[in-house]
Design a protein around this ligand. Structure first.
Ligand SMILES: Nc1ncnc2c1ncn2[C@@H]1O[C@H](COP(=O)(O)OP(=O)(O)OP(=O)(O)O)[C@@H](O)[C@H]1O
Ligand SMILES: O=C(O)C1=C[C@@H](O)[C@@H](O)[C@H](O)C1
Ligand SMILES: [Mg+2]
Length: 174
């Protein structure tokens, strides 16, 4: 099967946006970040959307955006960490492109998201516990839909990108 677009999935802090940008550059693909596209389209930040419309409001917007972006060819798509919460997203990503799960232990995710104020689900008294709970529910979905799983703990971004490209080349996807 020829799969043209690359979809990055994984939790908040996995590196989807960071890895995605560099990967797209190397492949000469367009880079799209679902979270950024939702913000650009609505003219509101993600925390604002959560405030005004609640998480479900955000998920509805995200599902429309994923449907649209997953149909593009030759893109690297960085998805939001919660993309797997919606069944149609899982279905579209699995069937329309090559899915890479960027895997990291919760401890690394906690460190990487420590100073961030842009992730509304982590603006609580105990973000570490939230990340643990989310991973417990979501990891089976990330794994189930992944064509490739890449461990990113203590692996610099350029090495993660190299591993993805090696695999895409060996499977003749790019
Ligand atoms: N392999 C890596 N090693 C060390 N730090 C990393 C790595 N990948 C990403 N980071 C850092 O972790 C932080 C989070 O990365 P990034 O924003 O790319 O995550 P994300 O998966 O897009 O998260 P979200 O789902 O919230 O959008 C950034 O500060 C980034 O520089
Ligand atoms: O893990 C999540 O549910 C989220 C991750 C981010 O990428 C954003 O999509 C938003 O903050 C929700
Ligand atoms: Mg991101």
């Amino acid at each position: 099967m020829h799969k043209e677009s690359i979809f990055l999935v994984g939790p908040m802090g996995a590196g989807k946006s960071t890895v995605g940008k560099l990967l797209a550059e190397k492949l000469h693909y367009q880079f799209v970040d679902s979270d950024h596209e939702i913000e650009a389209k609505t003219g509101a930040t993600i925390p604002m959307i959560f405030d005004i419309e609640g998480e479900q409001g955000f998920r509805n917007r995200e599902a429309l955006m994923i449907d649209e972006l997953s149909l593009k060819s030759e893109v690297v798509l960085a998805t939001g960490g919660g993309v797997v919460e919606t069944e149609s997203n899982r279905q579209h990503l699995r069937t329309r492109g090559f899915v890479v799960y960027l895997k990291s232990p919760v401890e690394a995710l906690i460190q990487r998201t420590r100073h961030d104020r842009n992730r509304p689900l982590l603006q609580t008294g105990n973000p570490a516990q939230v990340l643990k709970d989310l991973m417990e529910r979501r990891e089976p979905w990330y794994l189930e839909m992944a064509d490739l799983v890449i461990e990113t703990q203590q692996v610099p971004v350029h090495r993660v990108v190299k591993q993805i490209i090696d695999r895409l080349e060996s499977e003749k996807i790019v």
